[in-house]
Design a protein around this ligand. Structure first.
Ligand code: URA
Length: 271
């Protein structure tokens, strides 16, 4: 098994070692060809299209459970695209394994529900921080520890968004372990939201949070604890302050096309 060189590790607690990769199984089937940046969407079904839209010579590496990975080349830089699956637990497994393979920079490429009235479906949200309404991140650091993006990645995303004239917003996400009760949805099987979660959307709106999604707090806490860099960009597919219906697909594609350009611009700045 090759020894992996971690390019940029700020944590004093990281011991460089080539560890066995249990779940994603990328190493036994191919190497990362120098890639140190990973784009991490939630959905494995989006990985191939994303690899092709972002770069050239897109190449399938492996698929196992919710993890599908491709390599692509963005302006001379090999970049890994690897799905995280939904929610904190599968995201943390992905980060554990990619970090051990030498990935030092993560960019989440997700979808989200906006909770502020002025944010429309088709807009893009760059999250620089997240409310830790998840369980997984508490296994890595106590709840007082902040879920924040790396400035380096957020700045790269912001500059790229400005350069590409994207319709974007920057701020805090609420990362929930659940799609229904944690995001205060009543259109669930039981229609019940436990008392501790009732009224929470109003509170997050008042506190200025922009959106709900399910992975960013885990990404930010785990990356920070590892001494690695992470940022997040999401497509708005619904505005919960206006409706409970997901917007038409073209809303997603408006944001998706902007996010492709933003991520390409960010990779150029981060490579
Ligand atoms: N993803 C979520 O977690 N919530 C939404 O409302 C939309 C996408």
């Amino acid at each position: 098994m090759p020894i992996i060189k971690i390019r940029q590790c700020k944590s004093p607690n990281i011991i460089l070692k080539a560890a066995k990769v249990f779940i994603i199984l990328i190493l036994p089937r191919g190497d990362l060809q120098g890639a140190h940046i990973a784009i991490v969407p939630g959905d494995p079904g989006r990985v191939e299209g994303l690899a092709k839209a972002l770069g050239t010579n897109a190449k399938h590496i492996t698929s196992n459970r919710e993890y599908t990975s491709y390599l692509t080349n963005i302006d001379g830089e090999n970049v890994l695209i690897c799905s995280t699956g939904m929610g904190g637990p599968s995201t943390a497994i992905c980060l554990e394994e990619l970090a051990r393979m030498g990935i030092d920079t993560f960019i989440r490429f997700g979808t989200t529900g906006a909770i502020q009235k002025h944010i429309q479906p088709g807009d893009v949200i760059i999250n620089d921080s997240a409310v830790r309404l998840d369980g997984t991140s508490t296994h890595y650091a106590p709840i007082e520890f902040p879920a924040v993006a790396s400035n380096r990645v957020t700045n790269a995303l912001r500059e790229a968004a400005i350069e590409t004239n994207a319709h974007y917003h920057i701020g805090t996400s609420v990362s929930s372990d659940t799609f229904w009760p944690g995001q205060k949805r009543y259109d669930s099987f039981t229609g019940y939201v436990p008392r501790r979660l009732q009224g929470t959307m109003k509170e997050w709106q008042t506190l200025g949070a922009l959106n709900y999604e399910m992975e960013t707090s885990t990404l930010f806490v785990v990356s920070r604890v590892f001494g690695l860099d992470a940022g997040a960009v999401c497509a708005v597919v619904i505005n919960r302050a206006q409706t409970e219906s997901i917007a038409k697909k073209d809303g997603y594609y408006t944001a998706y096309n902007q996010m492709i350009e933003i991520v390409k611009g960010a990779v150029r700045r981060l490579k």
